[in-house]
Design a protein around this ligand. Structure first.
Ligand SMILES: Nc1ncnc2c1ncn2[C@@H]1O[C@H](COP(=O)(O)OP(=O)(O)OP(=O)(O)O)[C@@H](O)[C@H]1O
Length: 848
C-alpha cells in the first residue's frame, strides 16, 4: 500500500505541484501564450504529448546532490520529451540523462553533459512510484534517503535486491488486456537495446517473455527524443511498425499514446502490402492461408504437411523475384514475335492482300517482314539486371527502340522490298500505315493494365510456362516445388468480363508485391500511404515484431522501403510458429538490412512467467532446439503447472469449465485458452457459447480481432505475442504436437509461455512426449482441481453443476495457492528434470 510509506504525504504534495505546473503549461500552450524562448525550453514538447503524460508524469524520483552542494530532484518519465519544472526536471524516455542514471545502483554517479563536461552527483534518494491518473498507486525506495554519505551496508547488492523485490512485486500483478509500460523496471540490457542508435541495424532474438515487444514499443518514443546522442532525427509520421495480427495491434494500441506518440504508422505487413499493391477495381480483397490450414489441422498427414511447408517456403525465397522476372520476360518475348504483312501487287483485284491476290496475279503476294530482334534483345538484357530495374525502365527503352523501328527500319525494309519487287511503295501505303500503327501500340499492349494481382494471375496460369521460367533458377526437386508454388489456375473471366473473386494466399502476397515493384516500381498505389511516406513510400525507420515469421523475400521487399541500418527487428527463432514461411537464421536479415558488422542481440531473461512455467517452457525448448539458449526466470515462484488428462472427448467442456472457474477463484481474470488451429478455436468457442453451464467467453475474440479481457479462446497464431494471467493449452497430445515434426515443438513452446501466473494443459488420453513423461497421478483427489482422479489417472468431470462459483466467505477450493500445497517443488527449478528411470515423481510440474 503506497500510503503506508512515510514519504507518501510528501509525494502526494509534490505530485500535486507537478500536475499544477504541467496544467499551467498546457493552458499556456493552448492559449499560445509562450514566446519562442519558452517553447525552445520545452525541447520540442507539443501539446498532445504533454497532455498524454500529464496523468502519469514520472515513475522515479532521484534526489541528486552535486559537488557544489546544490540538491536537485530529477524525475524519470515515460514521455518523449523532457519537462523542465520549477523544482524538478522530468527526463523523457530518450533523454541521455535518464539512460545514464536509471541503472546506477551506487550512490555516487558521474553524469556527462551534452558538452562533454563530467559532473559527479551523489544520489540522496532513488524512489520508484507508480502513478496512474494522478494517483500514486505504488511507492517504494530502492535507494533510501541518505542524509550523509550513506552507510557501510549500502552496497550495490542491497540496492539491486531492493530493485529486484520491486520488480517481482510488479510482475506478480494481474495480466492486462492491453500492454503496459515497462520503463520503471526496465533492465539495463533492455534499456541498451531500447536506446540503440537509429542508424545501426538492431536484431533482437529473445526468449518468450523477454520483453521484445515491450522494447520495440518503448524504442519509438526513445528514438524521438531530440537530444539523443549520435542518432539521426526520425520523423514520427514515417516510422512503420509491423505486428503479425490485428489482435496484437489492439493489445499494443495504448503503449505509444501513453508516451505521447500518436502519429506512428502501425499495421500488419499484409495490410500494408495490400495497400501498396491495390489499384483500381481488381484488388486483393481477402487473404487466405492454405498452408496454415494444412499445418494446423491435426488431421493432415506428415507428407501433406511437408508438401505444404515446402511450397510455402519456396514462395518465400528471394530467388522468386528472379523467377517472376523470367516469367515476365518470357511473356514479353512471346508478345514480341517478328511482325509481317502481306502486301498487294499492282493490278491486284482488290488492292488488298489475300488468297484472291494469288488467283488474280498468279503470284504470291510479297511479304514485308520486320524483325523485332533488337526489341527482344532489350528484354533479354533486362532479364539479368538487378531487382531495381523495373518494367517501367524497360518499357521506356522498348519504346525508344520501337520508335527507331518505325522511323528508320520500317521505311528501309519497305524500300528494299519495293526495289526487289519492282513496285512503287506508294501502293502499299495502307499496309505500311497498319504496320506502323501496330508498332506504335506494341509496347502499351504488352501487359494488361489491370494491376499486379491480375497480371500475376495471368503469368502463373500456365504450368508449362511457369516451369520454363522457374527452370532458369531451379533444377531437380526444387524446380518441381517452385512450379507448384507458383502455378495457379485462376477462375475464368465471366461473361460480364470480370473475374470471379478469389482470395489471395498470404504466402502469395509477397510475390504479388514483388511483381508490383517489378512492374510499377516501389510507389505505393494507396494515396494515404503516399501522403504519409512520400511517393517512394520510404520509411524513416522500420520496427518489426515477430520477425522470425517473415520470409527472406519479405525482408528483401521491405528493404526496398527502408534505408540500410534503419530497422529494429525483434523475434525468436525458437517460436517460429510460421516457420514454413519464415527465416531459419537471422543472417539473411543482417545481410539484407545491415551495414556490415551487424550481430544478433540475445535476450534470455524472461519477465513474463513464473519459475514453474519457465521451467516447462525450457523443457519443451530442449526437445525442439537443444542448442538454443534457455530462458532464465525472474525468481518468482508460482503454482505448479496443472496437467489434466481425460478419457472421453465429452469430458473436455465440463473439465475446462471447472478449470476456468478454479483459475478465476485463484484470481486469474484474463484467461487464454489456446488451441492449435483457428478452426479448433472456433469450434470450441461455439461449444462454450452454446452451453448453458460453461464459463463466459469474451465474444470479441470470436473472429480473433479484438480482446477486452476475460476468457478468450484463440489459436496459437493469435495468442503469439499476447499473455494472460492463466493459459490453458487444450489438446496437448501427440496428434496435435508431434515430436516428429520439429515445427510442432515451436508451437507448443509458444503456447506454454503465454501464462503469467498459471498454466494448465489438457490432453485426451496421453500428453505429447514433447512434455516429457507426465506420470499418471494416483487415483484419488487431485490436489489442485479437487476433482476425482480415476485409477487410470484420468480426471473425472465434476458431478455438480459446472457453473457453480464460490460464494462470499466460502473457503477457497483445493488448489488455492497455499504454502505446502502447491509449491511442492520450490527450489528445484534450476535443474532440468530427468526422465530416466521410472521418472514418476521427478517431474517438477507434476501436480501430485
Ligand atoms: N523489465 C521489465 N519489467 C517488468 N515487466 C517486464 C519487463 N520486461 C518485460 N516485461 C513484461 O514481460 C511480459 C513479456 O514481455 P513481451 O510481451 O514484450 O515479451 P516478448 O519477448 O515479446 O514475448 P513473446 O516472444 O512471448 O511474444 C510483458 O508483460 C511485459 O510487460
Amino acid at each position: 500500500m503506497p500510503h503506508t510509506h512515510p514519504a507518501y504525504p510528501e509525494e502526494v504534495g509534490r505530485l500535486g505541484q507537478t500536475c499544477q505546473e504541467i496544467d499551467a503549461k498546457i493552458g499556456k500552450l493552448e492559449r499560445q501564450e509562450m514566446d519562442l524562448y519558452q517553447v525552445a525550453q520545452f525541447k520540442g514538447m507539443d501539446l498532445d504529448s504533454l497532455r498524454s503524460v500529464a496523468g502519469h508524469p514520472y515513475f522515479m524520483r532521484l534526489r541528486l546532490r552535486y559537488e557544489d552542494g546544490s540538491v536537485k530532484d530529477v524525475c524519470l518519465g515515460e514521455g518523449v520529451h523532457d519537462i523542465p519544472l520549477s523544482d524538478t526536471y522530468i527526463c523523457g524516455i530518450g533523454s541521455p540523462l535518464r539512460q545514464q542514471i536509471q541503472h546506477r545502483q551506487v550512490r555516487e554517479v558521474e553524469i556527462v553533459a551534452d558538452s562533454g563536461a563530467v559532473r559527479t552527483a551523489y544520489q540522496l534518494l532513488r524512489r520508484q512510484l507508480k502513478i496512474e491518473q494522478r494517483t500514486i498507486t505504488a511507492l517504494s525506495d530502492v535507494m533510501p534517503l541518505a542524509d550523509g554519505e550513506g552507510t557501510e551496508q549500502e552496497t550495490t547488492d542491497v540496492f539491486a535486491q531492493l530493485g529486484q523485490e520491486y520488480l517481482v512485486d510488479q510482475l506478480g500483478r494481474e495480466a492486462s488486456a492491453k500492454a503496459r509500460s515497462i520503463l520503471a523496471t526496465i533492465s539495463e540490457r533492455q534499456d541498451e537495446l531500447m536506446s540503440w542508435p537509429t542508424d545501426r541495424l538492431l536484431v533482437v532474438n529473445g526468449v518468450a517473455g523477454s520483453g521484445k515487444t515491450a522494447i520495440a514499443y518503448h524504442r519509438i518514443p526513445s528514438m524521438l527524443h531530440k537530444e539523443r546522442v549520435g542518432s539521426r532525427e526520425i520523423n514520427e509520421k514515417k516510422i512503420a511498425v509491423f505486428v503479425p495480427n490485428s489482435f496484437l495491434l489492439g493489445y499494443l494500441k495504448q503503449l505509444l499514446p501513453r508516451a505521447g506518440v500518436n502519429n506512428v504508422f502501425q499495421t500488419t505487413l499484409e495490410d500494408w502490402a495490400k495497400r501498396v499493391v491495390n489499384q483500381g477495381e481488381r484488388r486483393i480483397r481477402q487473404l487466405g492461408d492454405e498452408t496454415a490450414k494444412i499445418i494446423f489441422d491435426p488431421k493432415s498427414d506428415v507428407s501433406e504437411k511437408q508438401a505444404a511447408i515446402a511450397k510455402a517456403g519456396m514462395r518465400g525465397r528471394q530467388e522468386m523475384q528472379m523467377v517472376l522476372r523470367h516469367l515476365l520476360a518470357d511473356h514479353l518475348t512471346r508478345q514480341l514475335a517478328d511482325l509481317s504483312a502481306n502486301l498487294p501487287r499492282t493490278g491486284s483485284s482488290t488492292g488488298k492482300c489475300g488468297p484472291e491476290d494469288l488467283t488474280a496475279t498468279g503470284q504470291a503476294a510479297p511479304v514485308l517482314q520486320l524483325s523485332l530482334a533488337s526489341v527482344r534483345e532489350l528484354v533479354e538484357q533486362w532479364r539479368g539486371e538487378p531487382a531495381e530495374a523495373d518494367w517501367k525502365s524497360l518499357r521506356a527503352n522498348l519504346q525508344t527502340e520501337v520508335n527507331r523501328l518505325i522511323k528508320k527500319a520500317l521505311p528501309k525494309e519497305v524500300a528494299l522490298l519495293a526495289e526487289r519487287e519492282g513496285q512503287d511503295p506508294a501502293v502499299w501505303i495502307s499496309e505500311v500505315k497498319g504496320l506502323t500503327q501496330r508498332l506504335g501500340q506494341l509496347v502499351e499492349g504488352l501487359l494488361p493494365t489491370t494491376g499486379a494481382w491480375e497480371t500475376y494471375l495471368l503469368l502463373v496460369s500456365d504450368e508449362q510456362k511457369v516451369s520454363a521460367a522457374a527452370s532458369r533458377i531451379f533444377t531437380g526437386p526444387a524446380l518441381k516445388v517452385a512450379t507448384e508454388a507458383l502455378h495457379r489456375t485462376p477462375k475464368p473471366v465471366g461473361e460480364d468480363g470480370t473475374r470471379p473473386f478469389e482470395p489471395t494466399d498470404v504466402t502469395e502476397l509477397p510475390l504479388v508485391l514483388a511483381l508490383k515493384i517489378l512492374l510499377e516500381g516501389v510507389r505505393p498505389n494507396d494515396a494515404a500511404l503516399r501522403d504519409r511516406f512520400g511517393s517512394s513510400g520510404q520509411f524513416d525507420y522500420l520496427v518489426l515484431d515477430e520477425g522470425q515469421d517473415l520470409s527472406p523475400l519479405q525482408y528483401a521487399l521491405l528493404r526496398r522501403y527502408t534505408p540500410a541500418g534503419r530497422a529494429a527487428i525483434f523475434g525468436d527463432l525458437r517460436q517460429g510458429i510460421h516457420r514454413y514461411r519464415g527465416i531459419g537464421s537471422w543472417d539473411v536479415v543482417c545481410q539484407t538490412f545491415g551495414t556490415g558488422e551487424d550481430e544478433v542481440e540475445e535476450l534470455t531473461q524472461t519477465f513474463r512467467t513464473t519459475q514453474e512455467i519457465t521451467a516447462l517452457g525450457n523443457f519443451v525448448l530442449e526437445r525442439v532446439a537443444p542448442n538454443a539458449l534457455k530462458a532464465e526466470a525472474v525468481p518468482r515462484p508460482g503454482s505448479p503447472v496443472h496437467f489434466v488428462r481425460y478419457s472421453t472427448k465429452n469430458h473436455l467442456l465440463p473439465l475446462l469449465t471447472h478449470e476456468v472457474r478454479r483459475l478465476q477463484r485463484e484470481g486469474a481474470k484474463n484467461i487464454g485458452i489456446v488451441t492449435r488451429s483457428p478452426a479448433e478455436a472456433s469450434n470450441l468457442y461455439e461449444r462454450v457459447s452454446k452451453s448453458k453451464t460453461a464459463f463466459k467467453v469474451d465474444s470479441r475474440t470470436k473472429d480473433f480481432e479484438d480482446y477486452a479481457g476475460g476468457v478468450a479462446i484463440v489459436p496459437i497464431s493469435v495468442a503469439k505475442g499476447l499473455e494472460f494471467d492463466a493459459a490453458i493449452v487444450v489438446n496437448a497430445d501427440v496428434d496435435h504436437y508431434n515430436p516428429a515434426m520439429p515445427y510442432d515443438g515451436s508451437l507448443l513452446y509458444t503456447c506454454v509461455t503465454r501464462g503469467l501466473h498459471h498454466l494448465t494443459l489438457f490432453a485426451l488420453n496421453e500428453f505429447t512426449p514433447l512434455l516429457g513423461e507426465i506420470p499418471s497421478p494416483e487415483a484419488g483427489k487431485c490436489p489442485i482441481s479437487g476433482l476425482e482422479i480415476t485409477d487410470k489417472g484420468f480426471h473425472k468431470p465434476p458431478t455438480h453443476a459446472a457453473g457453480r462459483t464460490r460464494r462470499k466467505g466460502q473457503e477457497r477450493g483445493p488448489g488455492a495457492n497455499q504454502d505446502g500445497m502447491v509449491r511442492t517443488y520450490d527450489g528445484r527449478f534450476d535443474s532440468m528434470p530427468s526422465y530416466e528411470g521410472d521418472g514418476s515423481r521427478d517431474n517438477p510440474w507434476y501436480d501430485r
